[in-house]
Design a protein around this ligand. Sequence first.
Ligand SMILES: [Zn+2]
Length: 359
Amino acid sequence: MWFPRHQALRLAYRVRLHRYEPREEWLIHVDAQTGRLLSSRENLGRVTGSGRVFDPNPVIALGDHHVLLRGERPTRFVPEEAYRTVSLTDLAGTGYLEGKRVTTRPTKGRVRRSDNRFLFLSHERGFEEVMAYFHIDRALRYLEALGFRGRRAILREPVAVNVNGTPKDNSWYSPGLKRITFGTGGVDDAEDAETILHELGHAIQDAICPGFGQSAQAAAIGEGFGDYFAASFFAHKKTPEYRTSIMTWDGITWDEIYDPPCVRRIDEAYTFESFDHGKWAEEHENGLIWSATLWEIHRALGRRIADRIIFESQFQLDAFTTFSRGARAIMDADQNLYGGKHHSRLRRLFAWRGIGPLR
Ligand SMILES: [Zn+2]
């Protein structure tokens, strides 16, 4: 074939290359005389579809959890105002919810829509798949915009998600399978985008530092980091009453623990002194110290600066890390990104939480 180049035509070969994991299709032109590469582009349809989601969840969308309770149980039929119709970007165009950054491939009974319109209600099959696709794709695009792209990209494969992997009220990220599994006990976990971002936090840490969370302190940092990521990402959508509560839909019946009901908060006044070093210590509980510290950094420096520093600091951590090493990594990240501009404020925050020494 003839390939136009510099106002001339070159005799060229056109080659199609297929890759299956991740799914890619390349269209390549090679100069027939010199063998030089004339052009290459990823040809798999980067399709934009549409979907109906909660953003992040019905409690935040309506600004009130009471209207979503029927007695002591969450309502099955969420009011229409709690939904948003959104664009689903970078779909592969296969009709499934899979694309550049996310795939729901491990999910049983996946939905397929050849027109890429995924408009479901929360009690219908497919809704949780749309939630996982939209929220993970958007959160990863945000990280790309913060500078974690190209050679600094955090995830190089689409995040694989099983949205209905267990009937229990539990979700987890498996470092072995590189997969997030959401449970359907109580409120379906994937109906709350803050639960989705918490689990994505584990996938991100594992991508940066394989096997992260091997010590009690590292495990607590893992939980606190996911809680912070969810809180930071959605803070601007919340009224002050709900701003420091996370997973308020997932945890809507947990009213004996928190008011407003939620799975956890990120504004506890705990210091490192209350860290439970015991054999049966609970990493989510210990993680409250870390998430509250990160939240104060967010409040002091603003969302973008705090997020950049906190995500950057992850690259310095090892799988067995400690709170004081985590704090030093945050100081170093501030040094690298902002010339140490925020050191004195960070130092005060860590000192108040009893986290250190910093040097
Ligand atoms: Zn977790």
